[in-house]
Structures are given as structure tokens and as C-alpha cells.
Write a protein that binds this ligand. Structure first.
Ligand SMILES: CC(C)(COP(=O)(O)OP(=O)(O)OC[C@H]1O[C@@H](n2cnc3c(N)ncnc32)[C@H](O)[C@@H]1OP(=O)(O)O)[C@@H](O)C(=O)NCCC(=O)NCCS
Length: 154
């Protein structure tokens, strides 16, 4: 399986939106749509910041997933953001490879701890398993059913 992590600028505008829309289809609603549209806009309009911290994963040159991160609290913390794999290509190890790529980038930048938040709902069980499989442990549960995962990198 040949995976390549590419810059959003190499793809048509809206590619990030389309990937996220496919992966989030079971939960789709107008609020989620606006959030994802907003993120997609930021990736394009702020190519040197948000866009540079977002990659589109290509399998045999075709976009199949994406992942993003926020390094602004470095070196203490790096936060993993939007990430997904389109349903057709899930459960092939791609989601895990994306998170491992972000962990690699964090280490390269001297970041000491990786953090990611997901939700304690059935839809997010694959995300929970993916983070656990990459070594993350649940550090906190919040009242709004979020689970905050952490991974020490040093
Ligand atoms: C989360 C997501 C990116 C995972 O992508 P993926 O390519 O299917 O994941 P992988 O194949 O790399 O699997 C990673 C691990 O999770 C496990 N896993 C994946 N899907 C699972 C499922 N439905 N049930 C149980 N375990 C699952 C795999 O077995 C693997 O564990 P292992 O390494 O111990 O064998 C994908 O399911 C997705 O896009 N979900 C919707 C969007 C989302 O939730 N994004 C994250 C928001 S916080």
C-alpha cells in the first residue's frame, strides 16, 4: 500500500471538506457542515499556518484521508485536530499511519506531549482505538462526554 502525505495546496479547493464530509456522514447536520466548511476555508486562506499543519493522505495518488494539528503551544504540547479516512478505505491502517505521521512531526519539532480529544460515543470508537493503538492513554473525561487523550513524547 503506497501512501503519500501531501499538501492541501496540491489538491482542488474543497478536498479537505469533501474527505471530512464522507467520513462524518452518519453525524451530518448543518452545525457540523459549517464547522467543516470553516476549517476548509482556513486551510486555503491560511496556507502558511493552518494549511501547513494539514495534510491530505493519498493512496495511489487518490485522496483517501486527511489529518491536521496545532503546534502553537510547542514545545510543551501539540494538539491533534481534524482527521479522517473515507469509509471505503477505513480499517486498513491508514488512520493510524496519519496519527503516527503527526507524532513524528511533533517529535521533529521537539514537542513533549501530544494531546487529542474525542467523544465517548459509538461513532468515535474507531478514533478511540486509533489513538490507543498509537500509544495514547485517556487522561481526563469531561462532563460533555469528551475524552482527552495524551501521549508523552519524551
Ligand atoms: C478514526 C478513523 C480516522 C480511523 O481510521 P482507519 O483507517 O479506519 O483506522 P485504522 O485502520 O488505522 O485502525 C487503527 C486502530 O483502530 C482500530 N479500529 C478502527 N476501526 C475500528 C472499529 N470500527 N472498531 C474497533 N476498532 C477499530 C483498528 O483495529 C486499529 O487498531 P490496532 O492498530 O490495534 O489493530 C476513521 O474511522 C474515521 O475517519 N472516523 C470518522 C472520523 C473521526 O472519528 N475522526 C477522528 C475524530 S476525533
Amino acid at each position: 500500500m503506497h501512501l503519500r502525505f501531501t499538501s492541501p495546496g496540491e489538491h482542488e479547493p474543497g478536498t479537505v471538506f469533501s474527505l471530512l464530509k464522507q467520513a462524518w456522514a452518519p453525524l451530518w447536520n448543518s452545525v457540523l457542515e459549517e464547522k467543516i466548511r470553516q476549517f476548509d476555508r482556513e486551510v486555503t486562506e491560511h496556507a502558511a499556518t493552518v494549511g501547513a499543519c494539514t495534510f491530505i493522505t493519498c493512496l495511489d495518488e487518490k485522496p483517501v484521508g486527511m489529518a491536521s494539528y496545532d503546534p502553537r503551544q510547542k514545545p510543551e504540547i501539540g494538539i491533534i485536530g481534524w482527521n479522517c479516512v473515507v469509509p471505503r478505505h477505513q480499517r486498513r491502517g491508514i488512520g493510524k499511519r496519519q496519527i503516527q505521521e503527526i507524532i513524528r512531526i511533533f517529535r521533529e519539532n521537539g514537542i513533549r506531549k501530544a494531546c487529542v480529544t474525542t467523544t465517548d460515543e459509538d461513532f468515535f470508537v474507531p478514533a478511540q482505538r486509533t489513538y490507543e493503538s498509537c500509544g495514547f492513554a485517556a487522561a481526563r473525561r469531561t462532563e460533555d462526554t469528551n475524552i482527552e487523550y495524551e501521549l508523552e513524547l519524551v
